[in-house]
Design a binder for this molecule. Structure first.
Ligand SMILES: Nc1ncnc2c1ncn2[C@@H]1O[C@H](COP(=O)(O)OP(=O)(O)O)[C@@H](O)[C@H]1O
Ligand SMILES: [Mg+2]
Length: 318
């Protein structure tokens, strides 16, 4: 039985401009013990899918099962199996951290939970904030409390919606160490993130959503293997010629240019030379998950091959 099963999930919102379809026939099974990544650009429908999983929104059609429990027909049972860290920072300003965690334990009917609460506080670097009022915490600290709240009833399935958006490197590292440990101990993890290097490092399998549809679903290693071509990476201090700028991924001084083959690498380099762009620290590497993501979103990924010419592809037995 899958840990989570999304079955033909669609969602249409009524908006002042008319109906808007945020999810379109999403089929996805997440197996027990997986560290599963759900990726997609802003507005792809990730949070909508997670809200439906958490029972916070209703699907327009389709259904979602959590270890076999329907999130609508069997809400309480399904909800107990989930620990959900929401994308938005929602908290009750009247309680301190420990009180908030005790209340959350009570909500799930877990009594005498202080030993686990102390462990959570320790692993999330919150021990010295236990008596601080939620109002007084920085954004990063509030995020940690949200993670602790999601885990307070030791749910078998942990769902994190952009948990590291806008948080410091230190929290990212402590958080991932802890979540990776829980995953090793058997917890299933479903993660959405903008940080593709995090997804590449952590997730064994990945689904990519684009405008409400699953456009890629594979083991992380398969996605990386199927990515075509190479990436020419270098540092440059001046602007690229427009033809290259259109192709490039630029982060500060670092330029990354996709190149199918050696000839294209030569062409890039000669275009740079002609434009007088001095190239430093050049390397040629295999595509990483971010390159794969860009290929999939652009519809140029080899995991979506164009239909082959019918005559050549089909072998007809005599
Ligand atoms: N309550 C709502 N009413 C109308 N449109 C919504 C609502 N919630 C989300 N949307 C729209 O649905 C799309 C998907 O949103 P969301 O699931 O938040 O995407 P993601 O989390 O992938 O960035 C977006 O275009 C968003 O504007
Ligand atoms: Mg979102």
């Amino acid at each position: 039985m899958p840990a989570v099963s999304f079955q033909a999930v669609s969602k249409t919102f009524d908006t002042p401009k008319g109906p808007f379809q945020a999810l379109n026939q999403v089929h996805l099974d997440i197996e027990e013990g997986e560290f599963f990544g759900l990726l997609g650009p802003n507005g792809a429908g990730k949070t909508t899918l997670i809200s439906i999983l958490a029972g916070l929104a209703r699907p327009s059609s389709g259904r979602v099962l959590v270890q076999g429990s329907d999130v609508q027909a069997n809400f309480a049972e399904a909800r107990r199996k989930l620990g959900v860290v929401p994308q938005e920072l929602v908290f009750d300003p009247f309680f301190n951290v420990r009180e908030a965690l005790r209340i959350q334990s009570g909500y799930f009917g877990v009594k005498n939970n202080d030993a686990w609460i102390d462990e959570l506080l320790h692993h999330l670097g919150l021990t010295d904030k236990a008596n601080s009022n939620m109002r007084q915490l920085s954004g990063g600290m509030k995020r940690r409390v949200l993670v602790a709240q999601a885990l307070v009833h030791k749910p078998p399935i942990i769902v994190l919606d952009e948990p590291t958006a806008g948080v410091d490197v230190e929290l990212r590292q402590t958080l991932w160490q802890f979540i990776a440990r829980l995953n090793k101990e058997g917890h299933t993890v479903l993660l959405t993130t903008h940080y593709l290097e995090e997804a590449e490092a952590l997730c064994n399998r990945i689904a990519m959503l684009k405008t409400g549809q699953v456009v890629a679903l594979a083991e992380t290693s398969e996605l990386l293997k199927a990515a075509s071509g190479n990436v020419l990476q270098f540092k440059a201090d001046v602007d690229l010629p427009p033809a290259l700028a259109r192709l490039a991924r630029v982060t500060g001084r670092i330029v990354q240019l996709p190149a199918h083959d050696a000839r294209e690498i030569e062409e890039h380099l000669s275009a740079l030379r002609l434009a007088g762009v001095e190239v430093h620290d050049m390397e040629i590497r295999r595509p990483d998950l971010e390159d794969v993501f860009l290929q999939v979103m652009a519809g140029t990924s080899s995991s979506h091959p164009p239909p082959a010419p019918a005559a050549a592809a089909v072998e007809v037995p005599a």
